[in-house]
Design a protein around this ligand. Structure first.
Ligand code: E4P
Length: 217
């Protein structure tokens, strides 16, 4: 499973990237706002740091304007994935931009039918938003599972990018279902390393080791 980091905070991306945990990055207008950075500048900085795809989102609502923005974002670096919303205009922009050889991430996906349309429009990534479905008492994981089955039924190579991951359990379930990628905030990725039995076991080992009086180096 590929790990994308869902943030525009350069320091946090760098910390995980140094551990080899980062296969890509996703941003959106809200994350750009949170970073306080200029979208073109921060996207360039991230794209230079990370080897994999860096999603940068268009903000126009009409297809032609989305395509124009997408072309500009794609020029930032070779590893930019242009992010477009799952609307008819977004699907049109996806079709044109992917036809021009760009990676396209179709975002704000909340149904299997939307995901099917994105695959037909040539999306590189489809981003179903798990957490936001859970927020309204729907099952985000069921959506990931349905998309997995539909894409496998027909051999679509659009990658399922499980997004809006809020918990370590979301990460686990998306991996079990076979999402190709997950994008999660840095805090969730770091939390995946935690287990109370690991902490307890380590504390016991340290206590016993101290009693031996030995040193390794
Ligand atoms: C994905 O690309 C989005 O940026 C992100 O996962 C949205 O997550 P949220 O619902 O927690 O804002």
């Amino acid at each position: 499973m590929k790990f994308f980091v869902d943030t525009a905070e350069v320091d946090q991306i760098a910390e995980l990237n140094d551990l080899g945990m980062v296969d890509g990055v996703t941003t959106n207008p809200s994350l750009i706002l949170k970073s306080g950075r200029d979208i073109l500048e921060v996207t360039k900085e991230i794209a230079e740091m990370v080897d994999g795809p860096v999603s940068a989102e268009v903000v126009a609502l009409e297809a032609d304007a989305m395509i124009e923005e997408g072309r500009k974002l794609a020029k930032i670096a070779d590893n930019i994935a242009v992010k477009v919303p799952l609307t008819w205009a977004g699907l049109k922009a996806c079709n044109v931009l992917s036809g021009e050889g760009n990676m396209v991430n179709v975002t704000l996906c909340f149904s299997a039918n939307q995901a099917l349309l994105a695959a037909k429009a040539g999306a590189t990534f489809i981003s179903p938003f798990i957490g936001r479905l859970d927020d309204i008492n729907l099952d985000g994981m069921e959506l990931i599972s349905d998309i997995r089955q539909i894409y496998d039924n027909y051999g679509y190579d659009t990658q399922i990018l499980a997004a809006s991951i809020r918990t370590v359990n979301h990460a686990y379930q998306a991996a079990m279902i076979g999402a190709d990628v997950m994008t999660a905030p840095p805090g969730v990725i770091k939390k995946m390393a935690e287990h109370p039995l690991t902490d307890a076991g380590l504390a016991t080992f340290m206590k016993d080791w101290a009693k031996t009086g030995q040193k390794i180096v």
